[in-house]
Design a protein around this ligand. Structure first.
Ligand SMILES: Nc1ncnc2c1ncn2[C@@H]1O[C@H](COP(=O)(O)OP(=O)(O)OP(=O)(O)O)[C@@H](O)[C@H]1O
Ligand SMILES: [Mg+2]
Length: 367
């Protein structure tokens, strides 16, 4: 799969832009604030129907305008496909493939797989479980529609149950039937998510370990990941019923897969607590490379890889190792941003990698 063309209208600091991509390695160079990351954000929209960096579509409309559009021409399985995302206000957002609008955005997700590596990915290690759940949810949702559907059902019912709990606390009377019906939905979808996450970890862990090994050039450090869930050793349905009084006083559902976490380790020790900065950086990049491997295995296409500013994050040996890898035959199309062209160009030259270079200035893209 390749992105052959990207066209923007009123997106962030771009009034209009059109780029044709030649080859497989594309670099966007330019000063801080020139609009490099914005281009990756636009590509992200084409894949996920939304941005990565800001969750509000509205803030992506160019200042003073009232709509934006992003158009991508992809080559997929030797056919050309046009994907358009357009936004003209709340409830006026559409996604279309070859002119046909989707009625549900979830139908689009997963068709154009993409892996983004960005500086704030270090949050995957340093922050709380929510960040990790979101990362793995996004990955699983791209390859498994049943996962995505159950996730939506589960999250909606936990939200509804929580507001009901707060209402019960206020009014002092319990609507037992309604609680039971929410519990039912939460238990059914929660168990499916639990089973799928458990299976996923088994498949993903060896990919992660091997990518970490590659990046660290065979240091004897073993990357690990443990799945932690309330559901591991309880009867979920019974426990939900037992915890009802506590949940009412807390005003929220206190057990379930919305509290799951994934614990990262190096040689068995918790990464967050004991890992050095460099080890943590290599780890989150390995997480992303393993994401690529997993998507490729399940979607049968090579995902696009977007590397935002990652050269700042790694030492030279690892940068070279990473560039060697992503430009090897295993990978497909790569988009790189860097505020310091000389650094990237030197790495590319040393590795004998041909790239298409763009120079971004204030929302315009030159060569
Ligand atoms: N809705 C918007 N309308 C107009 N300009 C915007 C909008 N949103 C963001 N910008 C501008 O986009 C620019 C930031 O672009 P971007 O994040 O792509 O920069 P960058 O080239 O990646 O910089 P860095 O090297 O610092 O990461 C800023 O100048 C910001 O003011
Ligand atoms: Mg940037």
């Amino acid at each position: 799969m390749r992105l052959e063309r990207l066209q923007l209208g009123n997106f962030k600091n771009y009034a209009e832009a059109k780029v044709d991509f030649v080859g497989n390695v594309h670099c966007f160079f330019g000063k801080n604030g020139s609009g490099k990351t914005n281009l990756l954000e636009a590509i992200h929209y084409l894949s996920f129907t939304k941005g990565r960096f800001l969750s509000h579509d509205l803030s992506n409309v160019r200042h003073g305008q009232d709509h934006f559009f992003i158009k991508g021409v992809f080559e997929k399985n030797e056919k050309q496909v046009e994907v358009i995302c357009s936004f003209a206000g709340e409830r006026k957002k559409t996604m279309a493939e070859n002119g046909k609008e989707y009625s549900r955005f979830s139908e689009h997700i997963g068709k154009y797989p993409l892996v983004l590596v960005a500086p704030d990915d270090s949050e995957l290690i340093g922050e709380g479980g929510e960040v990790r759940r979101k990362f793995f949810d996004t990955l699983l949702s791209q390859v498994d529609k049943e996962y995505l559907e159950n996730l939506m059902i589960y999250q909606a019912h936990v939200r509804q149950r929580n507001s009901l709990l707060r209402m019960i606390a206020e009014r002092g009377s319990i609507d037992k039937d309604l609680i039971d019906s929410y519990n039912e939905k939460i238990v059914t979808s929660g168990k499916i998510l639990f089973a799928k996450r458990s299976e996923f970890v088994k498949e993903y862990l060896p990919l992660l370990a091997s990518r970490y090994n590659f990046l660290t050039e065979g240091l004897s450090e073993e990357a690990g990941m443990n799945y932690e869930s309330d559901l591991i050793d309880i009867d979920f349905k019974k426990e939900l019923q037992l915890k009802l009084d506590r949940d009412i006083s807390l005003g929220r559902t206190s057990i379930g897969v919305h509290r799951d976490d994934f614990l990262f380790t190096l040689n068995g020790y918790e990464l967050k607590r004991y890992g050095s900065q460099g080890q943590q950086k290599s780890f989150f990049i390995a997480l992303k490379l393993a994401e690529f491997d997993y998507l490729k295995a399940h979607r049968d296409v090579k995902p696009l890889v977007l590397l935002d500013d990652i050269f700042d994050k790694l030492d030279d040996g690892r940068i070279h190792q990473l560039m060697r890898l992503v430009t090897s035959g295993d990978f497909g199309q790569i988009f790189i941003t860097d505020a310091r062209p000389d650094r990237s160009l030197e790495v590319l030259k040393k590795e004998g990698i041909k790239s298409q270079n763009f120079f971004v200035e204030d929302g315009s893209i030159g060569k």
